[in-house]
Design a protein around this ligand. Structure first.
Ligand code: ADP
Length: 241
């Protein structure tokens, strides 16, 4: 669905991504992990069309991404909610902005229900906990039914318990709607829990070190195997330093 070939991105003269290539298949979920500053957010900026001055090809179904009719959902670290709008207005914002997009009321209710936020609709973001804000941000992303969902360390500001609960809720709803997703994290356990494919980014290479199919994805009671995979990933990083 998304095909990135020999992508090079610079800020001034400094190369942040170099000859980067990656394919994202429709309905799949990819987690990306790499050290701070290795270009993960820059890649998201290219995919959501904010950064346009790059070298190489970034295609959506064969068409340059700038010209393609691609709707992108984005969930940032700080939730990205509008403080002056109530939860319900935040959630419906993408639909208000794109009048062509129609979503069934039953689906909206299902998403609100799955994320346990039906009772929060009349509140303002300042009246929510971090975990609640995150669930509102997820609801907004799923209700807009994007072709591509980009998530930039969405759970990193949450405490460990809330983060773990949010991961589970997210995976539950993802499994229902299977939106093509690129999920960025700096937490190896999270990368292994969320991604069916785990992409390892290197800072020195400014490119992917590896693209690992995660055999534990969706497998119940696979904590031990997930831990082993996380250890393998740590070793791969150490070998590249
Ligand atoms: P990551 O998300 O992996 O932490 P980023 O994509 O945010 O990495 O940044 C990659 C590199 O590009 C870093 O060295 C960062 O300082 C630099 N960078 C990011 N944005 C800009 C910018 N707007 N201008 C100049 N340098 C930038």
């Amino acid at each position: 669905m998304i095909s990135i070939n020999s992508l090079t991105v610079k800020y001034n003269e400094t190369e942040v991504l170099k000859n980067f290539s990656l394919n994202l298949d429709k309905g799949e979920i990819y987690s990306m992990i790499g050290p701070s500053g290795c270009g993960k957010s820059t890649l998201l900026k290219v995919l959501c069309g904010i950064k346009k001055d790059y070298i190489g090809d970034v295609l959506y179904n064969g068409e340059p991404i700038e010209h393609a009719k691609l709707s992108v959902g984005y969930v940032p670290q700080n939730y990205g909610l509008l403080d002056w709008k109530k939860v319900e207005d935040n959630i419906y914002l993408p639909l208000m902005l794109d009048k062509n997009k129609k979503v069934k009321e039953t689906e909206v209710l299902d998403i609100l229900n799955s994320l346990e936020i039906e009772d929060l609709l009349k509140r303002y973001p300042r009246e929510l906990s971090g975990g609640q804000k995150q669930r509102v941000a997820l609801a907004r992303a799923f209700i807009s039914q994007p072709d591509l969902l980009l998530m930039d360390e969405p759970f990193s500001a949450l405490d460990a318990f809330t983060s773990s609960a949010s991961q589970k809720l997210f995976l539950r709803i993802w499994n229902k709607y299977k939106v093509t997703t690129l999920f960025i994290t700096h937490n190896i356990q999270e990368a292994v829990s969320i991604g069916r494919h785990v992409l390892l980014m290197g800072k020195v290479s400014r490119n992917l070190i590896d693209n690992i199919d995660n055999p534990t994805f969706g497998v119940a009671d696979s904590d031990m195997e997930k831990m082993q995979l996380a250890n393998t990933i740590v070793k791969k990083f150490e070998e590249t330093v």
